[in-house]
Structure formats: C-alpha cells, structure tokens
Ligand binder design. Sequence first.
Ligand code: AN0
Ligand code: CP
Length: 318
Amino acid sequence: MRNFTCVQDLGDLNQALCEAFEIKKDRFQFSELGKNKTLLMVFFNSSLRTRLSTQKAAMNLGMNTIVLDVNQGAWKLETERGVIMDGDKSEHLLEAIPVMGCYCDVIGVRSFARFESKEDDYTEKILNQFIQYSGRPVFSMEAATRHPLQSFADLITIEEYKKTERPKVVMTWAPHPKALPQAVPNSFAEWMNATDYEFVITHPEGYELDPKFVGHARVEYDQKKALEGADFVYAKNWAAYQDPNYGKVINRDRSWTVDAEKMALTNNAYFMHCLPVRRNMIVTDDVIESPQSIVIPEAANREISAQTVLKKILEELR
Ligand code: AN0
Ligand code: CP
C-alpha cells in the first residue's frame, strides 16, 4: 500500500482485520520494520487520540516520529495558487510540502474540511497536494471527507464485541453547538458498507450525507424506530452537507441526544463514539458511563488500526 485515504486502499478488508488482530496479540513483533524510518505527522487541526495512538503505533514498529502543528510555531501557510502573498501568510504549501517530504519517509496529515468551499473539501484539495508533491507515502489522520483510521478502529471494535455474525449497526446524528465535519460519519458509512452488517443511518431532515457515502445504508428519519433492535449505536454530530446549508448547524434539537430511554429500545446495544464527545449534548452521562459504553476500547483500537496501516506502508517501502 502506498497511500491510505479510504477503505479501498486497504485491499481485502478481512485480510486487513486478520493483520490487525495479529498485531494486537503482540504489537512489538514487527519492531524491526520501521528501523531508521521517520514518520512525520502534520496537524492542521487539534488532536488527542490520533496524535498519541499514531505516534505509539509508529514507535511499536521501531520508527522515529516528528510532529508538526502547522498552526503553532510554523509559518502561516497559503494554500491558494496565484495569490499575491502580501498578507499574513509567509509560506506557500507548494514549497512547504516538498520540504516536509525531505525530512521523513512517511507523512500523516490531519486537515479537516474548512467549510469555505464544498468543492475544495470534497476534492480533498489539501490531502491530495501532499500526495502529489511530498514524494512520500501519505496517510489520512482525518482529512476533509474521511477519517479512515477511526473507521478501521471502529470496525475492529465491532468485530471484537459483536454477538451475531450480522449485527445491526445504527449511526445516529446527535446535537452539538458547533459545525463539525462530515468526515467521521462519511467514513464510518463507507466502512460499514464494505461489511455485510445491517446498517442504518438516522438524522433529522436536512442532515442527509453525500449519497456516495450513504451507499446502500437504510436512512430512517425516526430515531426511535431506527434504534429498535440495534446491536451497536454509533453517535456522531455533523454539519449539514446539502446546499445551501453546507457546513452549517441547522438543528440543535436535544431530543436527539442518546439517553438511557433510547438505549432501552435497542438489543442491549453497545454505545460507540469516536471522541472527543460533549456529554449531555451527544450522549448523557449515564449512557457513556454504562457497561455498554465501549468508547475507551474503541479509542484503544486506534493504536491497532494505525499500526496495521503503517505496517502495510512500510512493507512497500522496503
Ligand atoms: C472532529 C470531527 O467531528 O470531525 C474530530 C473527531 C475525531 N471533532 C471535533 O472537532 C469536536
Ligand atoms: N477520534 C479522534 O480522532 O480523536 P482526536 O481528534 O483527539 O485525534
């Protein structure tokens, strides 16, 4: 594997899951693979889990790691070509990217949707420039439209906890005060559609996702109906995708918060969220603290998904 930006890049998904479980059994068994190789992690946005789990995964493989927080200490970057750079931006991404490539062997990039241009976001303008100009394998640490390391960890977690071959997985929109990207729900949908699980998406009207990601999922506007018999409840907020509301918060209806009453409609479902989560907006304290909440093991699996991806990239570097 050269670059990792979506589920298809991984190839055979069952094979990748086997590799992930193999790594989980002994995460130090490939510690020679990354010797004298350097991972550069570039963050345009904040992170707790991605930063720590990806760095840990790289260390398990014997890699060295460098972290660049673009907005803290680096030069402000211009991303548009043709701009007369007489403002506050000192450097252009088109020089910065190949320079970054000089100092490392693999690059991870976090670059959220900016909600300024739907086209720029949905063509993955920033991530693709890294792929094009860095000269290095590039993987997404959440880009504008997808968060594949998260979805891979989510899938690993569901495989670990599922009690039936074909669980019912329900992704529900939940309220949040700020406009959040569609990357996590898009990506989760993309990965769920690559399995044979029963997959249902529920959200208020106006929060329809890009049909390309919805795929063959069933969309149910009645949240309670959607949750009936669920084995896994995956909560997430996202801002509107459809025009003219792209990137906007159009509903803060707290009746969509996941609470104990809603969880009681499910088949004793596990509760999942990628974190960070706002309590009593997305989910109530009692649900996230309940034994059915698997948000911590889910976060722990981020180390495994990152290590599986890095291993596949390193194997092709040799
Ligand atoms: C981000 C998002 O919703 O995409 C990152 C989640 C992993 N969340 C926030 O910005 C709160
Ligand atoms: N789930 C996730 O990616 O968390 P961070 O934003 O903290 O990295």
